[in-house]
Ligand binder design. Sequence first.
Ligand SMILES: C[S@@+](CC[C@H](N)C(=O)[O-])C[C@H]1O[C@@H](n2cnc3c(N)ncnc32)[C@H](O)[C@@H]1O
Length: 199
Amino acid sequence: MWNERYSEAEYIFGTEPNDFLKETFSTIPAGGQVLCLAEGEGRNAVFLAEQGYQVTAMDLSDVGLNKALKLASERGVEITMQVADLADYQFGVGKWDGIVSIWAHMPETVRQYVHAQIAPALKPNGVFILEAYTEQQLTMDAVGGPPATQKERFGSLQTLQTELVELEEMIGVEKQRLVAEGKRHQGLSAVVQFVGQKR
Ligand SMILES: C[S@@+](CC[C@H](N)C(=O)[O-])C[C@H]1O[C@@H](n2cnc3c(N)ncnc32)[C@H](O)[C@@H]1O
């Protein structure tokens, strides 16, 4: 499905980074190793590489990640790409200064597996940054987010606080904000934003 969506030349989520990542990326230790989960066409990974981080972008879609490499090349930065499935992704232990999850809406079992890996995979002072749509998005007149048939994929602050309890919460909020990130994410949207640090 995602390979098909990414097969057009246009970057369907745009080439500029996610707004929340842009606001919060500097909480990640400078120059560190950053893992971008479900990174698609690479806009966030390329932005982080431009800020001096060593970035690995993982995604199920090789078509998306090849567009990410092209974007990196056009911007004169290097990123590492990994075609992999979050359902059995090996995060490593004490490996990352930052892990970034932007619009990575997964089935509940996969999300629980991923979130259980975050604290062990971060170095001390490492930071996890996430933005996801909440179920309220189904009532909004906006483009973006899982369909009503996949409600388990929406995020919530309560779920994040439970599943990421080992992290110290720096930001945790559910809110509405205007999203303009490519043609597939547009309009006043219902989101959860989270930044947590490993102590
Ligand atoms: C809404 S897009 C977000 C892309 C990117 N994070 C961004 O903000 O531009 C969701 C991404 O999740 C990826 N994805 C879905 N299921 C996945 C899985 N099980 N493992 C890895 N990536 C997955 C898709 O290929 C797609 O690129």
